[in-house]
Design a protein around this ligand. Structure first.
Ligand code: XIL
Length: 856
């Protein structure tokens, strides 16, 4: 429809050149601009900002499929669109922001600039400011982006002249002018408008209580759609709302409204589409099936669908950050999969470019809801959106999600490299899932292959379940391994084979296995290797799942069966739906003695001499109450050719019953022997009673962080051992003062300033090495200088004295002294090395605590 009906009276007083006065004439934007009195302001707003130029260079849509996907090109695979909301400030000032918008998305929605209150920020209802909206529209046009207007009628971000006391007629006039001005100005540039936003009450009871529903006669939503349709007959007109992604009372109410509007026999309301905002809290995220079921009923009304403001909050989700980011990835992927599954779904717009730009922080609290982090680095969510559009494998595990962001290699080779020699590239012909995989060619040794660093997920004692899909090219078949290179800080790497199987050039082989990390801070890289040099290795769909809290129990929840477990004695195992958590537990039947039970073999997974905590949830059937135990059977190899020694260690015990699950929790220290067998099992109830078991954990107790202190008793907590008087000073450990713990060292009976409290570094320090020393000191006097001194002699020569550190100590607190020293490389052998605290005049006592010495 032509919008030639509006006439607009002219001019208000202009206070600055960016102030626009809208003409009443229907005209495309450039024409109306020229017709304005404020030609200067128009011209200025039309000028091209620098950021536009940067963005426009690579804006053209690729022809055919690109080598790697981004949101725009991934969405395009099935004819979908990927959009992003855009803020004026960063678009104008941040070239990276502008570049990402232009390159990675097909659509933009002004995040605020086309809201009513932004277009009419003045107190006068006849003044419009289009400068920011113009900038965004210019940018979109220059970069070939589709632009959606957001939003004409919304109860928030309204102009100040829309007051609670406004009358219905004035409100109606204001709406008419606002809609006409906004829609006509961008008639040629904006392809769709969110005509009405958030009009339905959260409980689905009807219209939201708003200025519109209070003041305007019934039918205001219909009238607004008709008005905009008359103004711009080509624009797609959307109703937009939140909390309507799944079937619920609110989406039911939206459905009823739209169905009624569209089914009017004479003049259906011109609603073209529905926007599901998609502000999702990860704790309550919908499944693909839930989304699809809801989308389909709206599609059946003939509507276009879009997820219009997608973001996924993870702050309230349980678990460490990498776990939460992995769940976030799943949710983005689900939404994209649901969109692809429903023909009418036009695409997804994410509500912000990066976590640094999200509205969520200000509305729900600090969070990271978007695709890119504060530094524009791709998050797992980014890959999830892309993977959802191109149909890559969806991870469904919530308890141990796949931590790998770029698991399916659809968006490029981020995070992947090559172990040793070879060339890594995206494979565009083969994929285990989705449309891309990675290939390493030019391998020159069998241990070369694609590599993925998982150090970011590593922790001491962490247990990972790993899976990768592999195939080869250049050989019909070749034994292929999933290996791990594990490097504890400061130590040489160890190489662990996680899985091994023949890979072929005809299909995908799944390599799966568990990796247990040592109790150190380690860097860890996975790589696929094995085939002879010259054979190419192709990989896809890497999964890295960390078992909760270093739990070494394989299959602790029985959700997929009883694998990894066996009957102890004649016990038979089967899954049961009577579970403590999840859908399944295991049930042991046919027990003929109290020691019969449900067992798992942990021999390869435990460390001798290590302390473990164990827990499990148990329930009985066939006995109303009985003690149940978690027991470890440990077999140590016999010493000096002697017989093996078997011991049964109680890990935990509790009284179980047949009405609800009870937790067994306890701990055990394994013998420090050569462990040849270790079985963990649950037993105890009388013969005939069944044991139900679920959620078993057996986790090593973390070791204290390794100390690099070369001194054994620098904190005097074990008395004064290792310390002696330098000169006739008398040394003891005292609880009179302590910097940490309960004791410090004390040098009393000092007869000269050079006397003090000393330790012998012979056998500890070496020629050619340098050391850092630190200590806390205190004195019995009000204030005196204390020195840390090294007496050093080489090759039987006379000693020299080095002042390592010095400072003024007092009687009321502790002074930290730090310094360093070197032992000359010319020193053949250290023959005297005494490190001591001295300095105050005779009669003053020296207190010393927390002495450390470490090699540089
Ligand atoms: C938000 C913007 O993101 C913020 O910058 C602004 O301060 C408030 O509005 N539903 C909508 C969007 O339809 O317009 C809102 O956008 C977020 C909720």
């Amino acid at each position: 429809m032509g919008g030639d009906t509006l006439e607009m009276r002219e001019v208000t007083t202009m206070r600055d050149k960016n102030l626009f006065v809208v003409t009443l004439r229907k005209a495309p934007r450039w024409a109306s601009c020229a017709s304005l009195l404020l030609a200067a302001g128009c011209a200025e707003s039309a000028s091209t900002p620098e950021a536009v130029l940067i963005g426009s260079m690579s804006a053209a849509l690729e022809v055919g499929e690109p080598v790697t996907f981004n949101p725009k090109t991934a969405a395009a695979v099935t004819g979908r669109h990927a959009g992003v909301s855009v803020l004026h400030g960063p678009l104008m000032s941040d070239a990276t922001y502008a570049q990402i918008v232009a390159n990675e998305f097909s659509d933009i929605t002004p995040e605020n600039a086309t809201k009513w209150g932004e277009l009419q920020p003045e107190s006068s209802p006849l003044v419009w400011r289009f400068d920011q909206a113009d900038d965004l529209v210019d940018f979109g046009v220059a970069n070939g982006l589709r632009i959606k207007g957001h939003t004409l009628l919304w109860h928030q971000q309204l102009p100040s002249f829309i007051t609670p006391s406004i009358g219905p007629l004035v409100l109606g006039t204001r709406i008419a002018l606002h809609s006409a001005a906004a829609v006509s100005r961008y008639e040629n540039e904006i392809f769709a408008w969110d005509v009405v936003n958030e009009a339905i009450a959260d409980d689905g009871s009807g219209l939201r209580d708003s200025i519109f529903s209070q003041k305007l006669p019934n039918g205001w939503i219909d009238r607004e759609f008709r008005r905009v349709n008359r103004q711009d007959g080509d624009a797609e007109l959307y109703y937009n709302d939140y909390g309507i992604e799944t079937i619920n009372p609110k989406s039911d109410a939206v459905y009823d409204m739209l169905e009624e509007q569209l089914s009017r026999p004479l003049l259906p309301v011109p609603v073209d589409g529905l926007g599901f905002q998609g502000h999702i809290d990860a704790r309550f995220a919908p499944s693909v099936e839930q989304l699809v079921a809801n989308f389909e009923r709206f599609a059946a009304l003939g509507l276009k669908l879009t997820i219009s403001e997608l973001d996924v909050r993870i702050a309230e989700l349980a678990g460490p950050r990498d776990h939460r980011l992995a769940i976030q990835k799943q949710i983005y992927q689900r939404v994209a999969m649901a969109c692809v599954a429903v023909e009418a779904c036009d695409g997804i717009t994410v509500w912000g470019v990066s976590d640094a730009h999200s509205w969520i922080d200000f509305t729900f609290g600090v969070d990271d809801p978007l695709l890119l982090d504060d530094q524009y680095q791709r998050k797992p969510a980014y890959y999830g959106l892309v993977e959802g559009f191109v149909g890559a494998l969806l991870d469904t595990s919530q308890s141990a999600p796949n931590l790998v962001g770029n698991s399916s290699l659809e968006a490029g080779l981020d995070g992947w490299s090559v172990q040793g020699a070879g060339t890594l590239a995206t494979h565009t012909e083969l994929a285990h899932s989705g449309r891309r995989s990675a290939v390493v060619s030019g391998r020159t040794a069998n241990w070369n292959g694609p590599r993925y660093d998982i150090s970011a997920f590593a922790a001491p004692d962490a247990v990972f379940d790993l899976t990768v899909r592999a195939r080869v090219a250049g050989a019909a078949s070749a034994q292929t391994n999933l290996s791990a290179q594990v490097t504890c800080a400061g130590e040489p790497s160890t190489f662990v084979q996680v899985a091994s199987a023949p890979a072929t050039d005809a299909g995908w082989t799944t390599l799966s296995g568990a990796l247990i990390l040592p109790p150190c801070a380690a860097t860890v890289a996975l790589y696929v290797e094995g085939p002879a040099a010259g054979v190419d290795i192709i990989v896809d769909d890497l999964e890295v799942r960390r078992r909760p809290a270093g739990n070494i129990i394989p299959n602790p929840g029985f959700e997929s069966g009883t694998q990894g477990w066996f009957g102890w004695g004649p016990t038979q195992l089967a899954v049961t739906s009577d579970a403590h958590s999840g859908a399944q537990a295991v049930r042991g039947t046919g027990r003929t003695d109290s020691w019969n039970g449900i067992a798992t073999n942990l021999t390869a997974l435990v460390q001798a001499g290590r302390q473990y905590t164990g827990s499990a949830w148990v329930k009985l059937a066939g006995a109303s109450s009985s003690d149940v135990f978690m027991t470890a059977q440990v077999v140590c190899a016999g010493e000096n050719g002697g017989a093996p020694v078997t011991s049964f260690l109680r890990v935990a015990g509790a009284t179980a019953n047949d009405s609800s699950y009870v937790e067994l929790a306890g701990g055990v220290t394994l013998p420090d022997c050569d462990i040849t067998t270790m079985n963990l099992y649950v037993e105890g109830p009388p013969a005939g009673a069944d044991i139900l078991l679920d959620d078993v954990t057996f986790s090593p107790v973390p070791l204290p962080p390794p100390s690099d202190n070369l001194l054994q008793n620098g904190d005097f907590e074990s008395g004064s051992s290792g310390w002696f008087g330098f000169g006739p000073a008398v040394v003891s450990a005292t609880s009179a003062r302590a910097n940490s713990g309960t004791q410090s060292g004390l040098a009393a009976n000092r007869l000269a300033n050079w006397q003090g409290i000393a330790t012998n570094l012979l056998g500890i320090i070496e020629p050619g090495a340098s050391y850092d020393a630190s200590a806390f000191v205190s004195v019995s006097s009000a204030s005196d200088v204390v020195n840390l001194t090294l007496q050093l002699a080489c090759d039987g020569q006379p000693a020299s004295f080095t002042q390592v550190a010095s400072g003024t100590a007092n009687a009321t607190g502790w002074l930290e002294l730090t310094g360093s020293f070197s032992v000359p490389a010319t020193c053949g052998a250290v023959t005297t090395a005494t490190f001591y605290a001295e300095g105050p005049p005779a009669g003053v006592d020296i207190y010393l605590d927390d002495v450390t010495l470490s090699a540089q």
